[in-house]
Every structure is written in C-alpha cells, then in structure tokens.
Design a protein around this ligand. Structure first.
Ligand code: KG4
Ligand code: ZN
Length: 339
C-alpha cells in the first residue's frame, strides 16, 4: 500500500499509549494506564506517572506491533508527543521514540498533543476537512482551535483562563464524594437528575467577556458553596440534581462558544476531542446546536477521545503523507509546546 505505516507514542499524562496506523486506518491502539495508582491522591502525580511510563513503554510497543501484525522494520516513521504535557512523562516517550527510530533507521516526528487529539478523528470518520474547528476538553486542557492544516497551521482561538473542563468535573465529583476520575460518574448521576434544578453560573458569557475563552473556577466554587450550605443546615444533598445542573452549566458554555467560533470564522465542521468529549450531554447538546446552525459535528468514539498512541500515529502519518520534515535527533520534550 502507498499509505504510510506509522507507530505513535503518547506519554504526556498518565496513559502510556502506543498506536499504529496505515494512513487513516487504525491497526493497533495499545494502552497502559497508571490511573489507578493516582486515584488515591485524587489527581495525577507526575513522578508516579513517569515511573509507570518507564515500566510500561517497551511492553506496550511490543503489544501494539503484535496487535497490528506488522514488523517494526516496515514502519515508515515513528511519531511521538513532544508536548505539551508533564515534562518527566513526555521525556520517557521522546527518549523511547528516539531510541527505536535511531536503531531502526526510521524518521522521527515530534508532534503536538493537541493537534493529535484533532487528527485522531480521521481514524473514525476519514480525512478531516480543512478548515475544521476543534473543541478539546480534557483534564489538562480546554481549548478551541482552528485547524487549517493539521501538520502546520492550528490556530488557538481561546482556552480556559483557570481550570480545565475535566478538572472541574473531577473536583465536583470529589466534593460529592463520588471518586476519581469524576467525569464518567457525574455523567451517570446527571442522567437521573434535573439540569434546571439549580441555576449555576455560566463563566465568561457576559457581553464584555472574551468570546472564546472559558472559565470554570467560579462555577466550581459556586457548586461547592451550594453543597456546603445544604450540609450546614443538615439537609440531604440532591446529588443527581447537582450533577445534572453543574454538567449543564459546563456543556452549555462549551457548545455555545464552539458554535459561535464556527459561525464567526465561517467554518462548517466542528470536532470535539479530549476525555470530556465522552460526556453524553455534551455530545447531545453539541449535535442539537450544530444541526440548528448547519455545522457538521465529528466526535470520535470515547477510546480515541482520551489520550492514546493512535492519535499520535495518525498525525505522524499525515506528516509523512505531506512530506513534512522529520525531527532532528536532538528533539526534546517541551511541557508547554504551543500548537
Ligand atoms: O483526555 P483525558 O483522558 O486526559 C487528559 O488529558 O486529561 O481526559 C480525562 C478527563 C478527566 O478529567 C475525566 O473526568 C474527564 O476527562 N471525563 C469526562 C467523562 N469521561 C472522562 N468528563 C465528563 N464526562 C465524561 N463522560
Ligand atoms: Zn490529552
């Protein structure tokens, strides 16, 4: 086949991901997660993540090659997340990618984590139209990005000025004693609650606020105060209604701003990625608002939305297809790499 065979390595946070693609076809998506090791701390501990990556790296690469049924010598390139992310965690992936690429004599491609989150949708829905607006929402980022060329022209439209959307889900779940990570469990409880039960604030939606930036810390405080007030007077906290009302406040703002950005820029494709894209209410409301605005919505399946190696391989394959220059051997991890 003409399409490039690329292996991608992702270690920016707590998932050791190794994926293999041929062009826009997914061949393997191997993941080792240290999420359980972080659960008792209520968040990702960088040192724990780095050590877990180191232990999981080689076995996960082997597993991906086996799953794809390909030989490492047939690869057309090795791609790796160069940033942004946790510095120590990124370094494990970058070092491994360099070692494999050098030993196998393959070109090395350091790629941006956020661009990878966008590019992964090709594995689900085929070639990504350009331009495409992307809403990336996870535990580490909440951004609106305009991709005109996924390998070289991804423009940040806005991002959170405080907490990431996923972080807000995790914090509210902690206040409600629902465990970590909080997103999936809030999503579940919210299905049985009333999203209009409590009017929580929509951050940065005033006429003088930045059109595409997000803020979730005021919402988080408002929800925590509301719960505290109930507990202070000995009243039972209506967990389902709180979950539904909080979730509605988050997804209302996310979808409103994403659709507005599409309209303002004349872009008629919106993709949503990152761990929070798994949220059922976000998917439903985004679809409703996109349909009303004549925008085509693309959301990859949840396993491709959360951090994984396949997304890195997908962007690496695009780099190869478009004849982009490979990275040099002194490629370094950059924890705050811009898109
Ligand atoms: O992309 P991801 O796996 O890792 C990061 O880069 O952060 O995203 C993890 C985040 C967590 O904050 C988790 O609570 C959130 O995604 N999440 C959800 C859902 N599933 C995961 N948030 C809302 N609803 C969900 N169904
Ligand atoms: Zn991510």
């Amino acid at each position: 086949a003409d399409e490039p065979l690329v292996l991608g390595i992702e270690t920016s946070c707590d998932e050791t991901g190794v994926g293999i693609v041929r062009g826009t076809t997914l061949l393997a998506d191997a993941i080792a997660s240290s999420v359980d090791e972080h659960a008792r701390f209520g968040g990702v501990v960088p040192e724990v993540a780095s050590r877990a990556h180191l232990e999981a790296m080689v076995p996960t690469i082997d597993r991906a090659l086996k799953e794809a049924g390909v030989s490492a010598k047939d690869l057309d390139g090795i791609a790796v997340t160069a940033g942004p992310g946790l510095a120590g965690a990124l370094l494990v992936g970058v070092s491994a990618a360099k070692a494999y690429a050098y030993a196998l004599g393959k070109p090395l491609y350091g790629v941006n984590h956020l661009a990878s989150h966008i590019c992964v949708d090709q594995l689900e829905h085929g070639p990504l139209p350009e331009p495409t607006m992307a809403l990336l929402v996870s535990g580490g980022h909440s951004s609106l990005l305009l991709s005109s060329d996924i390998t070289s022209d991804v423009r940040p439209m806005g991002s959170t000025i405080d907490d990431a959307a996923g972080e807000a889900f995790d914090k509210i779940a902690r206040v409600l004693n629902l465990g970590f990570p909080g997103g999936p469990v809030i999503d579940r409880y919210a299905r049985e609650g009333d999203p209009r039960a409590i009017a929580f604030p929509r951050g940065l939606t005033g006429p003088r606020d930045a059109a595409y930036d997000f803020s979730f810390s005021g919402l988080k405080t408002a929800v925590a105060r509301w719960i505290e007030a109930k507990r202070a007077v000995g009243e039972e906290v209506p967990v389902r209604d709180v979950a539904a009302s909080f979730q509605e406040a988050v997804v209302d703002v996310l979808t409103r701003k994403a659709v507005r950005a599409c309209k303002d820029e004349g872009v008629d494709h919106l993709m949503i990625g990152g761990g929070v894209a798994a949220n059922s209410r976000l998917r439903a409301l985004a679809l409703e608002r996109c349909e009303a605005a004549g925008i085509r919505l693309r959301v990859p399946r949840p396993k491709l939305c959360t951090d994984n190696g396949a997304m890195v391989a997908a962007l690496g394959a695009e780099m190869v297809s478009r004849n982009r220059t490979a990275s040099s051997w002194d490629l370094s991890a950059d924890s705050s790499l811009p898109v």
